[in-house]
Design a protein around this ligand. Sequence first.
Ligand code: ADP
Ligand code: ZN
Length: 431
Amino acid sequence: MYWNQDLETMSPEALSALQLGRLRRTLFQAVESPHYSKVFAENGVKPDRIETIADVHRLPYTTKEDLRDQFPYGLLCVDQKEIIRLHSSSGTSGQATVVFHSRSDIENWADLVSRCMYMTGVRQDDVFQNLTGYGLFTGGLGFHYGGERLGTLTIPSGTGNTKRQILLMQQFGTTVIHLIPSYAMRLMQVMEDMGVNPRRDLKLRIAFLGAEPHSEEIRQRVERYFGVEAFNSYGLSEMNGPGVAFECPEKEGMHIWEDAFLVEIIDPDTLEPLPPGEEGELVLTTLSREAMPIIRYRTNDLTRILPGKCRCGRVHSRLDRIIGRTDDMLIIKGVNIFPVQVEQALMEIPEVGQNYLIILERVDEMDTMRLQVEMRADIFQEDMRHLKKLQNKITRELRNELLVTPKVELVQPNTLPRSQGKAVRVEDRRK
Ligand code: ADP
Ligand code: ZN
């Protein structure tokens, strides 16, 4: 069994001291790469001049652009024979980037994921089914090795073939699942269509939801439908993948493993650091990576650090639910909206089904939002007047929540397009 009580409940002073030592070691390592040796020289960065954790604010940022420009080997700090694996981002927003791992990187990563799983109550006698893509995407292998490190039976079922997934759950008595939220909604729909009642027919007790922005309402739907405790899992391939920040049983923010990552929140416009409680862009520095350390990486993800201590006793800071990426923000009639806000408002309406699509259009020189919403199948047995009333109700609730009035269309279950990997929530037809 695996968890690290020393690292998770150490005093804040001891944690800072540990971070400082690891930060310095990381900087000495980073300078071995073509990229950082150049950037450090240009910015006068001297690893031995770092005396406190606050000195991190003097270091230059690393952006996704840097990773693309340096593709593939520009950030590599070790000999090619030391690296044993590479992963690549899903390329959700542009050309993919690559991250290389040494053997110790891979082992540290497995430790981090197993700590996350252990924290939520997974033990050796659980059966863990990993319903995420194996391959370049980090969610599959990342969780796979985490599950094995913990010692739980780990089923590498991957994505798709939903009926078979359900069969595996029945045959092996799966108790823990990991999947992206949009696939959880799909799984729900298929179980409903098949007449499988997970609360009655399966043994599920824990679900990990990660890799894409999702609302609190989605978590609650997953918990209610599958009869599980669902935990939010945050990670990105530049920082390994899953295992960066994860909810504990208190479910009030995701503990970010500060022994492995240095966390900052900055104002994305002024680039100034922001204090706990304030929302901004998440910036992360790897503290224990060998092959490819990354310094002050601008994740583009918007969140905040929750002030105060967690009741669970862990000292590591907590990230609030990710609102989205800086470039996910929609501006409709002067109002800023993130897709998860639309989702939250929609999913609170009980008649709403498992999928939705936001369509942006230009009508009479104005940006407008059209929303296609999959409804529960039984809704369509009602007459037209009833459907019209429902449509008005949804429009009203969205307007109250978002302060703009979308054009709402109710559609049958299983009719909206579904992506292979992460859900595409917005279709921009303005160009
Ligand atoms: P890509 O950037 O191509 O999607 P990754 O697979 O590395 O590549 O995805 C990492 C990104 O996924 C994060 O930067 C973040 O935007 C999103 N993400 C991951 N986990 C979560 C989560 N729990 N909640 C919201 N967004 C998440
Ligand atoms: Zn906690």
